[in-house]
Design a protein around this ligand. Structure first.
Ligand code: ADP
Ligand code: ADP
Length: 218
């Protein structure tokens, strides 16, 4: 199964992708994580992307699609969750090509619908495990044991430099201008399912699961 999680920054894409990876053995393909990893490793792509990411703008279509293509090879038998990709029409077309080259196709595009005012609070409260990247929030999702990662037990956490209010506003503008307009591309193929992203993590999870399970009974 190949699915896209679509929604503005802070909508809950990474949270759902990490959960689906743990519960269903699917693979999370987050272009944001790939770019941050490239930067941490000091690759030319990472160094080039840094200023763009810090500003909250979009990295070039060619760079992100190449990263996804590299990661798709070898994942044929496992389902893929595209998180934060595609973000433009050109990326949506590139993804179709990447999948069809490998004899695969999209099953669902799940749009997480959210209230923009809530996103700033979600993003400025976001932090994650420094070791395994498990996602947390200052108010909505604290580790079960204080200052200890639920998943790997690490006691080190990190915050993203671009998770500040000014950059979030730019990222929201990019989403509205370039990403939301790709929805009709998928709507005309009957792939889009909407989920109330303002509900609790548990309720969003249940809505996402109901969509994925609908393919089994079809
Ligand atoms: P969020 O989960 O908050 O939406 P991401 O981790 O997906 O953020 O992305 C962080 C930054 O990485 C983006 O603001 C952008 O600069 C860059 N980026 C990530 N994915 C893409 C993409 N598909 N196309 C262009 N830029 C991207
Ligand atoms: P995205 O990947 O779409 O940018 P995240 O999954 O990183 O979004 O979520 C942003 C922040 O909001 C994180 O701190 C996460 O713990 C929190 N969060 C995610 N889903 C929900 C939800 N349904 N209700 C409240 N907080 C949430």
């Amino acid at each position: 199964m190949n699915i896209i999680l679509l929604g503005p920054p802070g909508a809950g894409k990474g949270t759902q992708a990490a959960r689906l990876e743990a519960q269903r053995g699917m693979v999370q393909l987050s272009t944001g994580d790939m770019l941050r990893q490239a930067l941490a490793q000091g690759t030319p792509v990472g160094i080039q992307a840094k200023a763009v990411m810090d500003a909250g703008a979009l990295v070039s279509d060619a760079i992100v699609s190449a990263l996804v293509g590299e990661r798709l090879d070898g994942l044929e038998e496992r389902g893929s969750i595209f998180d934060g990709y595609p973000r433009t029409r050109a990326q949506a077309e590139a993804l179709d090509q990447l999948l069809s080259d490998r004899g695969r196709a999209l099953d669902f595009v799940i749009e997480l619908e959210v209230d923009e005012d809530a996103l700033v609070e979600r993003i400025t409260g976001r932090f994650s495990c420094a070791v395994c990247n498990a996602p947390y929030h200052d108010i909505y999702k604290l580790p079960k044991v204080e200052e200890t990662c639920d998943k790997c037990g690490s006691r080190e956490f990190k915050r993203r430099p671009d998770d500040n209010e000014a950059t979030v506003r730019t990222r929201l503008g990019e989403y509205r201008a370039k990403t939301a307009p790709i929805l009709p591309y998928y709507e005309q193929r009957g792939l889009v399912h909407r989920v109330d992203g303002m509900a609790s993590v548990e309720e969003v999870s249940a809505q996402v699961d109901a969509i994925l399970d609908s393919s089994i009974s079809d």
